[in-house]
Write a protein that binds this ligand. Structure first.
Ligand SMILES: NC(=O)c1ccc[n+]([C@@H]2O[C@H](COP(=O)([O-])OP(=O)(O)OC[C@H]3O[C@@H](n4cnc5c(N)ncnc54)[C@H](OP(=O)(O)O)[C@@H]3O)[C@@H](O)[C@H]2O)c1
Length: 336
């Protein structure tokens, strides 16, 4: 029997990606879609769905969600998400939250975001990076889907953390397509600003830096000296991360990476530097590593909207519902 699921935040980019995946998912039945106003249809919100899906879009209401679904995806801005998650969990609905609201420990969250309004559920939330938390995700009622930059960075970096000295700098140069900023227009995402252009933003101050540091510490018990600088590039989707650090020169970085992800369905180890087209449209994270004595370069690529958000959220939901991780997940990239 199929599991009934719902989406809140269907107007946005990650909400649309969820609709697309869930529409063809063999084990999930999409029963409820909502945004902040309701009173419309999904194909009116997203004309690309004309003659494909025409479900009503409701004004989001946790009680209505609980009546028609067992699991809910929250594709909402931070702060808005936690008020929905709190009610949904109380009503017995499982939640996969795409925002930052349940990703961090309380102190880290409140330092970088805002006061937390659901301290009861926060400690029970599982960080939804399946390569590292699969058994916990399978038992969870509330999964915090990782940020897009932390997903690409942690998958690249974690296999090497035990070989990096705590005194070494870990420089992370990250680049994202414009959809990473969400649907709302701003000066930096305006066509005239980003077209033919590339620029850094929030160097050392982006909120994904504490997420990377905290998760590396929790998983590998090491406080890394991370310097994180994101850039915006003139692409719609895609994310490329380049990590530069120093390492014990006696290790064989390529062999370590291969062994680490030998059994991973959604991490591919590449023999040449990675690109964003080969992962666009998929849940793959492609990783390449090169070593020069004690200098290490790790290069990863994901689709920010999919592996960085919506397809990873569905993988998490699959695990929470006792399904195979890859159920309903596309593996063919948008190439050319
Ligand atoms: N974009 C990415 O690549 C990416 C990657 C990883 C994680 N995320 C995270 O995923 C979440 C969604 O991101 P996004 O890029 O899809 O953002 P987005 O395009 O800005 O969409 C967010 C949507 O949330 C809806 N919303 C806001 N308040 C609401 C409410 N009270 N009730 C119902 N709907 C409400 C809005 O719809 P209305 O128009 O109806 O208000 C808006 O369209 C964010 O927390 C983001 O940080 C995004």
């Amino acid at each position: 029997m199929k599991t009934n699921v719902s989406i809140v935040g269907a107007t946005g980019y990650t909400g649309l990606e969820l609709v697309k995946i869930l529409h063809t998912h063999p084990q999930f039945n999409l029963t409820y879609i909502a945004n902040s106003e309701g009173d419309t249809t999904i194909d009116a919100l997203h004309p690309c769905l004309t003659n494909v899906i025409s479900m009503d879009v409701q004004k989001a209401d946790p009680k209505d969600i609980a009546e028609v679904s067992e699991l809910c995806f929250l594709a909402l801005p931070h702060k808005t998400s936690m008020s929905f998650a709190k009610e949904l969990i109380a009503l017995g609905v499982k939640v996969v939250d795409l925002s930052a609201d349940y990703r961090l420990e309380l102190e880290t969250y409140e330092k970088h975001y805002c006061p937390h309004e659901d301290k009861e559920n926060l400690p029970n939330a599982v960080y939804g990076l399946p390569e590292f938390y699969e058994s916990e995700i399978k038992k969870a009622n509330l999964v915090a889907n990782p940020g897009c930059y932390p997903t690409a960075t942690l998958l690249a970096l974690l296999p090497f953390v035990e070989f990096i000295d705590e005194s070494s700098n870990v420089f992370i140069d990250a680049k994202s397509g414009v959809s990473g900023a969400g649907k709302k227009l701003s000066e930096t995402t305006h066509f005239v600003t980003i077209n033919d252009n590339i620029f850094a933003y929030n160097p050392f101050k982006h909120r994904h830096m504490p997420e990377i540091i905290e998760k590396a510490k929790l998983l590998k018990n090491k406080e890394l000296k991370v310097s994180f600088v994101p850039h915006l590039i003139a692409a719609t989707r895609g994310m490329l991360v380049s990590v530069y650090t120093t390492i014990d020169e006696n290790i064989d970085a390529k062999a370590i990476l291969k062994d680490f992800y030998e059994k991973s369905e959604f991490v591919r180890i590449k023999e040449t530097p990675v690109d964003i087209k080969s992962t666009a449209g998929t849940n793959f994270c492609d990783i390449f590593v090169e070593q020069n004595g004690d200098a290490l370069f790790i290069n990863s690529s994901i689709d920010n909207l999919l592996r960085g958000a919506s397809s990873q959220a569905v993988v998490n939901a699959n695990l929470m519902c006792g399904l195979e991780a890859g159920t309903g997940i596309n593996k063919i990239a948008y190439v050319p």
